[in-house]
Design a protein around this ligand. Structure first.
Ligand code: ZN
Length: 178
């Protein structure tokens, strides 16, 4: 399977920023997890491409068009979530409104990450008209891993073991799609 992995944000766009109990920028978390996912998928014999491999800016259409040019079967955008209320937590996965393939892929991946982290809240599969989901030609999903604005979840996201287990769970979910 050909998978385009998109680490959200980058460069001047830090994405969401968590500050408690320490500072963590979403763009850095997203890239770290994307690189682990790449390694995991390559080890399983899949072909992968990343929309960015370092801390740089990239527009949303540029991410989608890059994926379209590669002929990938699946586009996976990686994010961490944010809310004004620091108590908000949980995992959710988005697909483009009305996309049956997107819905199925989102459900498999969310199921897999929730089963890897059963104490986390399942916020469900959601639809959104995000540019990266709209412009991509292939099945496309966007993972909101956890809330970087929740101090406990920020620590969860920052933990290298959790990141590796998350990458494994996403790869398991991807393999469950086909
Ligand atoms: Zn984001």
């Amino acid at each position: 399977m050909k998978i385009c992995i998109d680490p959200g944000h980058g460069g001047g766009d830090s994405g969401a920023v968590g500050t408690q109990p320490f500072r963590l920028e979403e763009k850095d978390f997203n890239l770290g997890l994307a690189l682990l996912l790449e390694e995991e998928l390559e080890a399983r014999g899949h072909w992968t491409i990343l929309t960015r491999r370092k801390d740089r800016s990239l527009s949303l259409p540029a991410r989608a068009k890059l994926s379209n040019r590669t002929g990938a079967d699946l586009f996976v955008s990686i994010h961490a979530n944010a809310a004004g209320n620091p108590a908000v937590k949980g995992m959710e996965v988005y697909h483009f409104p009305g996309s049956k393939a997107g819905q199925a892929a989102a459900a498999r991946i969310l199921e897999s990450i929730i089963s890897a982290f059963p104490t986390h809240s399942n916020r469900g599969v959601k639809e959104a008209n995000f540019a990266v989901l709209r412009i991509t030609d292939m099945t496309a999903i966007l993972i909101e891993t956890e809330f970087i604005t929740n101090p406990k979840q920020l620590q969860f996201l920052a933990d290298p073991e959790n990141q590796q287990n998350m990458a494994t769970a996403i790869a398991d979910g991807i393999e469950a799609i086909v």
